[in-house]
Write a protein that binds this ligand. Structure first.
Ligand SMILES: [Zn+2]
Length: 437
């Protein structure tokens, strides 16, 4: 079995360790659900290699030591078997991949691509209907933003759109939401899942077997985008869509204590399409139609085209702790949103029905002032109030913008700065109306 190795160097000297697993049983395995089909061109060696890198990084993150705040990884050296190692060693490919990953977690990445001539290629369920022509692939998680996004795709565009998801427990929910939105063909959604067992972790003192324990999600969007890309390529399609509201997509931190992930950031999309364009020798696009819209606005777009949208929306999951029996503050019921994490709070500004299914009522003033339960709420309340008093985009830069976004702008991120300010300004009004003092 081909072996994957990742050496993780941490900030504190002498604390580096190496994660090792095989590609294929009993190590890393990825699969497609039974209903899933891929386009007539199947998966090229380039696509299989992209899946290998993306799934390896996704599972390596789950296997990291837990103390990421006090001793975070500063450099990863990943040795990975590839069908086309020469292609991945090209400086423009390696560089685009490194920039993309560093953008997600500020750590440095080095790659050793070695030949893979052993792994059996997966059997794929190939679409045989020659009349189907696909023009765009939409990433679909079954969350609120992608549910709103799919609702707003016109009936004409739907004929040429396929949907891609990754799932652990959301498979039925994702399928039901698409059905409710009028997409009844089971092959419209291609769903991936994966597992990584029998992992060995070595440090200087000992060798141990490790299970998934780390809960950070810095790198998972690289996997989701890669799944979209390989399905697009199987249709010889070069257009991807990811739906994410502008408040989370642009990732402006409400306070320095909250680190925002750039999981759908326009810069990330730029790096990813550069990577794809170099890998597949053609121009790719990845668009987020909601990059300058609030969650409340995208909800309205969906209601405008689908009057019964709220009956569907209630099935869309948002909470970081949905399946857990604990949240930021201790016990909660599993399979229920917590009501107090960042995505729950942002959703409440857009979806008034949501509070009825949440475990904790953040509209309750005593919850808002609770040290732990109200932490994310108060961070966004202060953020909304600071934005609210801004007179213009320059004021927004001085009073509100976090150092990370300022750095991006300084280093040449060509954002429409007025639109960025406008979307946060509208969000602050929505927040203040949702949670009056
Ligand atoms: Zn939550």
């Amino acid at each position: 079995m081909p072996q994957v190795e990742c050496e993780i160097e941490r900030i504190q000297q002498g604390s580096s360790y190496t994660i090792k697993f095989s590609l294929g049983e009993p190590g890393l395995v990825w699969m497609l659900s039974d209903d899933s089909r891929v386009g007539p061109y199947g998966f090229s060696d380039t696509s299989l290699d992209l899946l290998t890198v993306a799934f390896c990084i996704f599972h390596i993150e789950k296997l990291l030591h837990k103390n990421l705040l006090t001793n975070p990884p500063k450099k990863y050296t990943l040795t990975v078997p590839m069908y086309q190692p020469e292609k991945w060693r090209q400086p423009q490919v390696t560089q685009a991949l490194q920039q993309l990953l560093t953008c997600l977690d500020d750590a440095e990445w080095e790659f050793i691509f070695k030949p893979n001539d052993q792994t059996l290629k997966p059997k794929l369920n190939i679409e045989t209907n020659a009349d189907v022509s696909i023009k765009q692939i939409a990433l679909f998680s079954g969350g609120m933003d992608s549910t709103c996004g799919v609702a707003t795709i016109s009936s004409e565009e739907r004929k040429a759109t396929r949907y891609v998801s990754y799932y652990t427990r959301q498979y039925t929910a994702q399928n039901n939401i698409l059905k409710d939105l009028g997409i009844s063909d089971p092959s419209a959604l291609t769903s991936f899942y994966s597992r990584c067992k029998t992992v060995v972790v070595e440090n200087k003192e000992k060798i141990t077997e490790r299970k998934n324990t780390n809960k950070s999600f810095y790198y998972r969007s690289f996997l989701f985008m890669s799944l979209g890309a390989v399905i697009a390529d199987s249709w010889q399609c070069r257009h991807l869509i990811q739906f994410e509201n502008g408040i989370l997509a642009n990732a402006v931190s409400p306070t320095p204590a909250i680190l925002m992930t750039k999981h759908a950031h326009p810069i990330l999309h730029e790096y990813f399409t550069q990577l794809l364009s170099n890998l597949y020798d053609s121009t790719w696009t990845l668009k987020n139609p909601f990059v300058f819209n609030t969650k409340n606005e995208i909800h309205q777009f969906a209601l405008d085209v689908c009057p019964k949208f709220n009956d569907i929306l209630i099935k869309a999951e948002t909470c970081w702790y949905h399946y857990a029996n604990h949240a930021l503050v201790g016990k909660k019921n599993a399979n229920r949103p917590c009501g107090i994490c960042i995505p729950c709070i942002i959703r409440l500004t857009a979806d008034s029905n949501y509070s009825s299914i949440c475990e904790i009522d953040i509209l309750d003033k005593s919850v808002q002032i609770d040290a732990k339960k109200g932490f994310a709420f108060r961070s966004y309340q202060g953020f909304a109030e600071r934005i609210n008093v801004c007179k213009d985009k320059n004021d927004f830069y001085l009073r509100v913008l976090d150092s990370n976004t300022r750095e991006l702008i300084a280093s040449g991120w060509s954002v429409n700065y007025q639109s960025l300010y406008d979307v946060y300004k509208r969000f602050s009004n929505e927040f203040i109306q949702t949670f009056p003092k």
